[in-house]
Design a protein around this ligand. Structure first.
Ligand code: ASP
Length: 335
């Protein structure tokens, strides 16, 4: 019988109501046992559950939490056949991306899930998401970091939270789902990564190293200046329009970006669109970025690009290597 480790980090799935709204709460294993009662579940693997010491609403997530979660998984790697990480949905896509870059060459499933309605409510999506994730982690050959949510199995580093209210909270806009889980489980095996040999890289993160700037009509160079004011910033994700177009006619802005790039700050161009990729140079506005050393971020999600920059910088890479590695697919995160 396969054995799975469930790591509970917080999030709606295990929250309880309070006067201020839902809050993270310890004692998830007990609440789950009460909910399951004595029901036999022959198609489920056996599991152990551990809770992180600091349970959080994932809106409070810091890059250091990625390291804590990864360390917990690595500590128990040999003892289990697969892992389920219970996480708040707000930043689940960031954590899924970061784990995929830290747990390179993994040979077992790591499934992240959560819920839009907590387990403590009679009507909830927590139980279904958890049991489905357990089943996938225990019985299916998925050597990847995945998100399993509302009947879909998605590649973790392709996932985004797309809906704050629907139970189908996640999407994988630039890559097909790895599986659909209805009455039957339909895995798209041809899309899965091949099992590797664990080559785990657990960097130390500097929370201020990566910053983000969405372009918008009227964006002033003062906003960029303020963002780059800290010596700690080593990478800037520029969220441009459409196929990767910035307001190239804004000379002061472009000159400041060029200077940042020349100073060794890695500037990466992603699209604000929900789907599609950057084609830096399809338009003259975008081509301007090619001339000033901005890296086109291909079809990476914002979450994956953000986490990958943190992982590269945290591993000690310099700007030249970061610029080179960012658009190279490591584990299916970009095309
Ligand atoms: N704020 C919650 C969290 O991310 C939302 C959720 O889990 O659905 O922890």
């Amino acid at each position: 019988m396969p054995k799975i480790l469930i790591l509970y980090t917080g999030g709606t799935i295990g929250m309880l109501p309070s006067a201020q709204g839902y809050v993270p709460a310890a004692g998830f294993a007990q609440r789950l046992a009460e909910r399951l009662g004595h029901q036999a579940a022959s198609d489920l693997p056996t599991w152990d559950l551990i809770e992180r010491e600091r349970l959080i609403d994932s809106a409070d997530l810091q890059p250091a939490d990625w390291l804590g979660i990864a360390q917990e998984l690595v500590r128990h790697w040999e003892a289990y056949d697969g892992f389920v990480v219970l996480h708040g949905t707000d930043t689940l896509a960031y954590t899924a991306s970061a784990l995929s870059f830290m747990l390179r060459g993994l040979d077992k499933p790591v499934i992240l899930t959560g819920a839009q309605i907590p387990l403590c409510e009679l009507r909830n999506d927590a139980l279904d998401n958890l049991l489905t994730s357990l089943m996938i982690a225990g019985h299916y050959p998925v050597p990847e970091v995945c998100v399993c949510f509302h009947g879909q199995l998605l590649r973790g580093n392709r996932t985004v939270k797309r809906d704050s209210m629907a139970l189908a909270a996640f999407a994988s806009p630039n890559f097909p789902p790895l599986g659909e889980i209805g009455i039957q489980v339909r895995l798209r095996e041809a899309l899965l990564l091949a099992p590797g040999t664990p080559d785990f890289q657990l960097p130390t993160f500097d929370p201020e190293a990566v910053t983000l700037l969405p372009v918008y009509p009227g964006l002033s160079v003062r906003v960029l200046e303020a963002l780059l004011d800290s010596d700690a910033v080593r990478a800037l994700l520029l969220l441009s329009y459409g196929a990767g177009n910035p307001p190239a006619g804004h000379q002061a802005l472009m000159q400041r970006l060029e200077r940042a790039s020349a100073d060794g700050i890695v500037v990466v161009n992603l699209t604000q669109c929900l789907q599609g990729r950057v084609q830096q140079g399809a338009y003259a506005t975008g081509a301007a970025l090619n001339r000033i050393g901005v890296v086109p971020g291909a079809d990476l999600t914002r979450e994956a690009a953000f986490a990958k920059l943190h992982c590269l910088l945290g591993a000690g890479f310099g700007p030249v290597q970061v610029r080179e590695q960012l658009p190279q697919p490591w584990c299916g995160e970009c095309t």
